[in-house]
Design a protein around this ligand. Sequence first.
Ligand code: PLP
Length: 395
Amino acid sequence: MSRLIYLDHAATTPLHPRVLDAMMPYLTSAYGNPSTTYALGRDAASAVQRARRTVAGVLGCRPTEVVFTGGGTESINTAIKGVAFAQRKARAGDHIVTSTIEHHAVLHACEYLERFGFDVSHVPVDRYGLVDPADIAQAITARTALVSIMTANNEIGTIQPIAAIAAAVAERARALRTRIPFHTDAVQAPNSISLRLPEQGVDLLSLAAHKFRGPKGMGVLYLRRGVPFLAQQNGGGQERQRRAGTENVAGIVGTAEALRLTQEHVDADRARTAALAARLRSGILSSIPGSALNGHPEQRLANNVSVSFEGADAQDLIRDLDAEGIACSAGSACGGTSVEPSHVLLAIGLPLDRAVSTLRFSLGHETTAEEIDRVLEVLPAVVERSRAAKLVTAP
Ligand SMILES: Cc1ncc(COP(=O)(O)O)c(C=O)c1O
């Protein structure tokens, strides 16, 4: 059987072989608990500290500002709930500003806080999925405790003007004489964007290691020194009281190595991936009538090609591409027998039928031009088949 053509790197990525090598000792012989004081434990603790310094070096922050977590979702929940509850405790506010196109990790964490009496404003985006910094500034009130806007969207790939949003938040906070921490979900960013915190001006940033060739179930939370924060995991004193629980030493080592490798090569990788994505994008748009790109034409993740196919059904397309050995995602989440249209696609103004006809191709480090050409070869017939089937079953 020929090799799988994997075009779903926004969902997850394969582990980098050097990341596995780096992790291996801590999955086997170096199994100590970093909180113990004999040599085996001290070795594990040193590995965690080295990893922390590596992550801090890549991001441009202090090692003490790096918190290792159990994934992107956990980093986001920790950031949003940790700041929100601390701010309320300090009577600094109970209002959160976010956008309509955030990942469910952000939206559902905010929904949870609404049950505790917080108010949440969802700032709308334009038809490309862009947030306007002026709209963020306008949504901020004297009661605003936190702003959370994603760096790049996982479905349509649009990259937000994060530094401009951070500046707008800071300016508004100064005018209101309050402090408003700014969090960004940067889970989709590391393969395409150089993440230098001093240039971005954010106070908290969340990452998930498996999106950049690291292990699953591992995350990073950058928590700027002095940001109001209440720990959401309570237990032992690990991670300086900010995330209790015995450290996943192998996972932490793998996360740091993956982030280092990814960010070291980010410019070259972005250029290479963008060229392949352009080939896929123009190939689709020129050969399949009724296809349209979603997201911003330029300000987008290098590896994301989100396209709607008028009159087709994304679930048919995924099934038939899978049969051809091609893996990609829909712009909608399948729950049981119903297909929920994506909140992101609806938020950028797509009509329902276009939302449920959307595919997301996300390219990766190992994607080749031959693979892209193979997709371009099979896709027109796959789309045609789905369109014909929908016409037959239409009421
Ligand atoms: C933008 C974004 N945020 C958060 C997450 C959650 O990450 P994880 O499922 O690894 O916890 C994802 C995962 O798809 C994502 O794409």
